[in-house]
Design a protein around this ligand. Structure first.
Ligand code: GRF
Length: 203
């Protein structure tokens, strides 16, 4: 499977996916890293790893639909099978999301359905949670929703700050995302009736 990773920033999850996919046994190849920002730190790291990169600057387009159409065209031109969102900070149009239905996954830094949206670590602390974590899910039109592929939980310490907590969650993200991508890319994880279906053998 040919995978594109969409980023907007430092790309630490992107790096975790690239490193996992360097193993010849991994069921997917990272074929493209696409950023909406030319200054995304992850682009440098992807290039260093020998991965093709592209920038599609959302500010160059008059509407979300035109921006998404440009990304869609690029992904299809590169024969991409699966899209991984990894710190990609643009809302996607329903049309784009539908076009990649069950072929686009995202990592979110909370135990969904708790805390969709931004500032998840602050909000988990504010709520007095003793556990927090991250989720990889298939992407649906509604932000941070969709069938959940996997989650990883971390404890919250009483003296945690958003910064210390986010670091602990990020370490879990880097472990979870490659596992979730491998499940989807191998065909062992699919969607049935809007829930995850795990196959014991390849379907
Ligand atoms: C991660 O916490 C991810 O879960 C969230 O944005 C952050 C991106 O970090 N969606 P990085 O760019 O992968 O380092």
């Amino acid at each position: 499977k040919r995978v594109a990773i969409l980023i907007s920033g430092r790309g630490s999850n992107m790096t975790a996916l690239i490193e996992a996919a360097a193993d010849p046994e991994f069921p997917a190849e990272i074929a493209l890293v696409l950023s909406n920002r030319a200054d995304a730190g992850g682009l440098v790291r992807a290039a260093e790893a020998g991965i093709a990169t592209a920038v599609i600057d959302h500010k160059a387009y008059g509407s979300r639909a035109e921006f998404d159409a440009a990304m869609d065209a690029r992904l299809r031109a590169e024969n991409i099978d699966l899209v991984c969102l990894a710190g990609f900070m643009r809302l996607l149009t329903d049309g784009f999301v539908e076009g990649w239905r069950d072929r686009m996954i995202n990592i979110h830094p909370s135990l969904l359905p708790l805390f969709p949206g931004l500032h998840t670590h602050e909000r988990a602390l504010e709520a007095g949670m003793r556990l927090h974590g991250c989720t990889v899910h298939f992407v649906r039109a509604q932000m941070d929703s969709g069938p959940i592929i996997g989650q990883a939980a971390v404890p919250i310490a009483l003296d945690d700050t958003p910064d210390t907590l986010s670091k602990r969650v990020l370490t879990a993200e880097h472990q979870l995302y490659p596992l979730a991508l491998a499940l989807v890319a191998s065909g062992l994880a699919t969607v049935e009736d809007e829930r995850l279906k795990l196959h014991e053998d390849l379907p």
